[in-house]
Write a protein that binds this ligand. Structure first.
Ligand SMILES: Nc1ccn([C@@H]2O[C@H](COP(=O)(O)OP(=O)(O)OP(=O)(O)O)[C@@H](O)[C@H]2O)c(=O)n1
Ligand SMILES: O=C(CO)[C@H](O)[C@H](O)COP(=O)(O)O
Length: 438
C-alpha cells in the first residue's frame, strides 16, 4: 500500500484544495461529522469517515485502449474530478484508491499534477469486489508507518462517477451510521425483464417497485469488512452489489437514499461527452464582477453587475466583496472593472489571487478585464501602452490556464453610466462609445 504524495498527512492538511460547503444545513451536518458542531456538544459522536474508490477496471464497454477512469475530459483525467469531489469534503479523512500495478505510476502522476492530497494507493484486484476488498484491507490493517487508521464509516464510490455531491455523501454516511449500510438509488429508466434460457420472456418486474442501485454507498466499517471476509469466491468474482454482501453476510438492511441524476456511472464513450457538457455547464454558472470602488453605488461596476443579473438570469452574478471566498467557492468567470486607476491594478490583484489559489489547475479561469479611459485626456501613447500591457499579462497568465481578455473602453469626457437597458438606448450607448476589444 502506498501513500501518495509521500508523507502526505491526509485531508486535514492545509493545501491548495478547494473546499466549499453549500447551505447552512450542510454546514451544520458537516460540522457535526467533523466533531466540531452543536451535535458534538450535545453528545452525538462524529464518525471517522474514509472512502474507498475502486479504479482498477479496464473499461471494456468504453471501447478505447485507455481505461475510462484515465480518459481525459477537458484535458483532465476523469478520476481527478472524482477525487476532487471527495477531497473537498472536509470530514472525509482518508481516500484509498485501488489501481492496477500497471497504472500505479500514471495514478501518481495524476495526483501530483492536480495536487490531490492525502490519497493512498493500493493494488486493485481482478474484479471490482476484489479491488474494493483490497481498499478495505488497507484501512483495516494496522501497519507500521501507515498513516491510515480504521474508520467507523467507510464510503465506497466508483472512480468513474465524478459528479458526487457533498449532500448525498452526508446522507449515506448518516444513514449508514444508523442502519449499518446505505446506498444511493435512482428510479429505473427501463423496465427490467428476465429472459428464460431459450431467449424468451420469463417474467417482467414491476418498474415502479424497483430501483437502480447507484453509488455512493456507505457502511459501518466492521459490517462491510466482515461481509467481504465472509463472502464466497463466487461473490467476489461475479457480484456487483456491495449492499447485497452486507445483507447476505451481516443481515444488514441498507437504507436507500434517493440520489441525483448526475450520479450515473461513466460507462460508454458517449458518457464522456455527457460528462464534459455537465462540467462546462457547472463552471459557466457563476460570474463575479470585481471592481475598484466597492462603496460607490454609482460605480460602473455595480451597474454592470445589475445588467448582467438582468440579462443572464440562469447565471449567478456576484460582486467581489470577498474574493478569497468567491475563489474558494470555485467561481471560474470574472469581469474585472478598472475605473479609478490608469493601470490594471484591480486586474493584477485578481490575477495574483487566482494564481495563488491554483483554481485554474482544474479548469481554465476566464477573466475579462475592462478598463474605462477618458478618450480626450488619455494620450495616444498611453492607449498603446495599455494595449501592450494587457497583451503581456494575457500571454503570461495563459501559462497557468487563466484566459485573460482585455476590453478597453474609451469614452468622451462626460462620466460613463451603464443605466441604459432598452435596445434603442443600447444603440445610443454604442454610438457614443468607442470599444476596442483584444
Ligand atoms: N477489477 C476491477 C474492475 C472494476 N473496477 C472499478 O469499478 C468501478 C465500476 O466498474 P465498471 O464501470 O464496471 O468499470 P470497468 O470494469 O472498468 O468497465 P467495463 O465493465 O466496461 O470493463 C470502476 O471505477 C472500475 O475502475 C475495479 O476497481 N477493479
Ligand atoms: O452500481 C453499482 C453498485 O450497485 C456498481 O457501480 C456496479 O454494480 C458495478 O458493476 P459493474 O462493475 O458490473 O459495472
Amino acid at each position: 500500500m502506498e501513500s501518495w504524495p509521500p508523507g502526505g498527512s491526509g485531508p486535514a492538511e492545509a493545501g491548495p484544495r478547494l473546499r466549499g460547503l453549500r447551505g447552512a444545513d450542510l454546514a451544520a451536518s458537516a460540522s457535526l461529522l467533523s466533531g466540531a458542531g452543536a451535535g458534538a456538544e450535545a453528545g452525538c459522536s462524529a464518525p471517522a469517515v474514509a472512502a474507498v474508490l475502486p479504479a482498477g477496471g479496464s473499461g471494456e464497454r468504453m471501447g478505447v485502449p485507455t481505461p475510462k477512469q484515465f480518459c481525459p475530459i477537458l484535458e483532465r483525467p476523469l478520476i481527478s474530478y472524482t477525487l476532487q469531489a471527495l477531497e473537498r469534503v472536509s470530514w472525509i479523512k482518508d481516500i484509498v484508491v485501488a489501481v492496477t500495478g500497471e497504472n500505479m505510476e500514471a495514478m501518481k502522476c495524476i495526483i501530483q499534477r492536480y495536487q490531490h492530497k492525502g490519497i493512498s494507493l493500493v493494488e486493485s484486484g481482478v474484479t471490482r469486489h476484489r479491488s474494493i476488498f483490497n481498499g478495505l484491507k488497507a484501512l483495516a490493517e494496522d501497519q507500521p508507518n501507515c498513516r491510515l487508521s480504521k474508520p467507523e464509516v467507510v464510503i465506497i464510490h466508483d472512480a468513474v462517477r465524478p459528479f458526487v455531491e457533498e449532500d448525498v455523501l452526508l446522507k449515506v454516511v448518516t444513514a449508514a451510521k444508523e442502519h449499518g449500510a446505505a446506498g444511493a438509488i435512482r428510479p429505473l429508466v427501463s423496465t427490467v425483464i428476465s429472459p428464460s434460457v431459450d431467449g424468451c420472456l420469463d417474467h417482467s418486474l414491476e418498474r415502479a417497485r424497483h430501483r437502480a442501485s447507484e453509488m455512493p454507498q456507505a457502511f459501518l466499517f466492521d459490517v462491510i469488512y466482515e461481509a467481504y471476509q465472509q463472502c464466497s469466491d463466487y461473490d467476489l468474482e461475479f457480484g456487483t452489489e456491495c449492499l447485497h454482501l452486507a445483507l447476505k453476510y451481516c443481515h444488514i438492511k441498507a437504507k436507500l437514499i434517493e440520489g441525483s441524476p448526475d450520479l450515473w456511472k461513466v460507462t460508454y464513450k458517449r458518457d464522456l461527452y455527457a460528462a464534459e457538457s455537465i462540467i462546462k455547464e457547472r463552471i459557466s454558472q457563476q460570474i463575479c464582477v470585481v471592481m475598484d470602488a466597492k462603496e460607490d453605488e454609482e460605480h460602473v461596476g455595480h451597474r454592470l453587475e445589475e445588467m448582467l443579473k438582468n440579462e443572464l438570469n440562469h447565471v449567478k452574478v456576484t460582486s467581489g466583496r470577498d474574493l478569497q471566498q468567491i475563489i474558494l467557492e470555485q467561481c471560474y468567470n470574472f469581469v474585472c472593472v478598472n475605473v479609478m486607476t490608469s493601470d490594471f491594478e484591480e486586474t493584477q490583484k485578481l490575477l495574483n489571487m487566482l494564481e495563488e489559489s491554483n483554481l485554474s489547475i482544474l479548469y481554465p479561469v476566464v477573466v475579462i478585464s475592462v478598463q474605462f479611459l477618458d478618450y480626450e485626456s488619455v494620450p495616444f501613447g498611453q492607449k498603446m501602452e495599455n494595449l501592450m500591457q494587457i497583451r503581456e499579462f494575457a500571454k503570461e497568465v495563459k501559462k497557468t490556464n487563466i484566459l485573460l481578455y482585455g476590453l478597453l473602453v474609451y469614452y468622451p469626457q462626460e462620466r460613463i453610466t451603464l443605466t441604459i437597458t432598452k435596445p434603442e438606448q443600447r444603440q445610443e450607448l454604442k454610438r457614443r462609445k468607442k470599444l476596442s476589444a483584444y
